[in-house]
Design a protein around this ligand. Structure first.
Ligand SMILES: [Zn+2]
Length: 227
């Protein structure tokens, strides 16, 4: 029975690696699939994993219609048994509905991979729709760890070394005008909820532990900043 499965977890938990493995497993059984990604760390039209593997992928833009694309390919005689959909948190809710329709009406297996919540700890619209519509949502068991060693559950955005909890959900790359201020450096770090709520990144924790004024400093009892 065809199904729509949403594999999720924090950043760094191996989702893209599993996506590539899933494609390999199905392809090696003679099944035909298409791979999609959006805003992959390695650039457009590629699905890459932190372990160094990568595959060509179809870049998902906001106006890509999964239903039309698959129907067109099928009409041209191409067999499609499954779709691998990486970075699915960035898909529109409407696109997620197209995926569900492909499962129900075309009998495709669809394996979607993505994080649930953004750096503000709020659901991405695409992930929300996947949780609402998927036959199954699987939380990946390869756990990313916070700097303190606890299981990381939250994705923090760090801008020029400082954790932020406000801003655009997706940061689009700066086009770099010659006379513009240098673009802020945006990074992400996975944290446990405790340290997410306290905005205590690994960098902040190191700085705090080195500062004589705050010793002894228990990072677990430090106050939660007011929003
Ligand atoms: Zn922690």
């Amino acid at each position: 029975m065809a199904e729509l499965v949403f594999f999720t977890g924090t950043m760094d938990c191996g989702k893209s690696t599993l996506a590539l493995q899933m494609d390999h497993n199905h392809a090696s059984r003679g099944r035909a699939g298409l791979i999609f990604s959006k805003l992959d760390r390695a650039g457009e039209s590629v699905l890459s994993s932190r372990l160094g593997l990568s595959r060509e992928a179809i870049e998902v833009t906001d106006n890509l219609d999964f239903w039309e694309l698959v129907v067109e390919q099928a009409t041209n005689g191409r067999r499609i048994d499954y779709l691998i959909c990486d970075e699915a948190q960035f898909y529109t809710p409407h696109q997620v509905e197209q995926l569900a329709r492909l499962v129900d009406e075309m009998g495709l297996d669809i394996f979607a991979f993505g994080i649930t919540a953004d750096f503000r700890a709020e659901l991405f619209p695409g992930s929300r729709r996947l949780i609402e519509l998927a036959d199954r949502t699987e939380v990946l068991q390869v756990e990313a760890l916070c700097w303190c060693g606890r299981t990381a559950t939250h994705n923090a955005r760090v801008v020029d070394g400082v954790m932020v909890v406000e801003g655009d959900q997706i940061v689009v790359g700066d086009v770099g005008e010659a006379d513009a201020e240098p673009a802020a450096q945006v990074e992400y770090e996975v944290l446990c909820r405790r340290h997410y709520m306290r905005r205590m990144t690994s960098h902040a924790a190191r700085a705090a532990s080195l500062s004589p004024e705050v010793l002894p400093f228990d990072l677990d009892v430090c106050p939660v900043p007011q929003r």
